[in-house]
Design a protein around this ligand. Structure first.
Ligand SMILES: [Fe+2]
Length: 211
């Protein structure tokens, strides 16, 4: 499959940022290995029709931004000031961001108040992303300063790469500060949430869905 070079660079930089924390979080690496092995297998498969991944075929949503994207540049400035692997990942994200179709969380309406225009999500790999994959979803989330992201849960296990500092909750425990470059792993179906501090929160997330 002929994968978009900017997307490949982003995938590589995400993998490097995650593997940089392998010693701290050996328990998170099996999922990461599944995700990046699947993406590498999709890239090297000779026939797209025989893979679980397909390149951009024109069916993906057009690039689009939302009001919350006004915080993207300042979030990127903060991310670039993080660890070297996060700075490199931020550069890869900056290259591909103009291609992204930013959307709101499903079901969110203006009746949800400030959250409506204070968050934005975009999918890079997976349904609605730049490249489809049945098992892997990789996306990013952006929150305006001070904004909480709703407590939620989902069957796929999830691994976040924190790009800018923020507060994170798991299993209805206390919110704890996570710094740039930290990883957050959510086992299937556990409740979790995050909260921006006085600066925008930007994070990458990977989902693995057994198919
Ligand atoms: Fe989640």
């Amino acid at each position: 499959m002929d994968r978009n070079t900017k997307l490949q660079n982003f995938i590589d930089a995400t993998r490097v940022a995650i593997r940089a924390r392998a010693t701290d979080h050996p328990d998170m690496m099996p999922m990461a290995d599944r995700v990046f092995s699947a993406l590498e297998n999709a890239r090297t498969a000779p026939e797209p029709a025989a893979t679980r991944s397909t390149p951009d075929n024109g069916a993906r949503p057009p690039a689009a931004r939302l009001p919350a994207c006004s915080y993207f540049n300042s979030a990127m400035d903060a991310a670039r000031a993080g660890p070297a692997v996060v700075a490199a990942l931020s550069e890869a994200l900056a290259e591909i961001e103009p291609d992204l179709s930013w959307t709101r969380r499903r079901g969110i309406t203006p009746q949800d108040g400030a959250f409506y225009d204070s968050h934005a999500n975009a999918i890079l790999v997976g349904k609605g992303g730049l490249e489809h994959h049945d098992a892997v979803t990789i996306g990013i989330s952006l929150l305006a300063p001070g904004m909480p992201y709703p407590r939620h849960r989902h069957p796929p296990e999830e691994l976040y790469v924190v790009l800018t500092p923020g507060k994170w909750m798991q299993n209805d425990g206390a919110f704890v500060t996570r710094r740039s470059g930290d990883l957050v792993y959510n086992a299937p179906d556990i409740w979790h949430a995050m909260q921006a501090t006085d600066a925008p929160l930007l994070a990458i997330w990977c989902l693995w869905s057994e198919t």
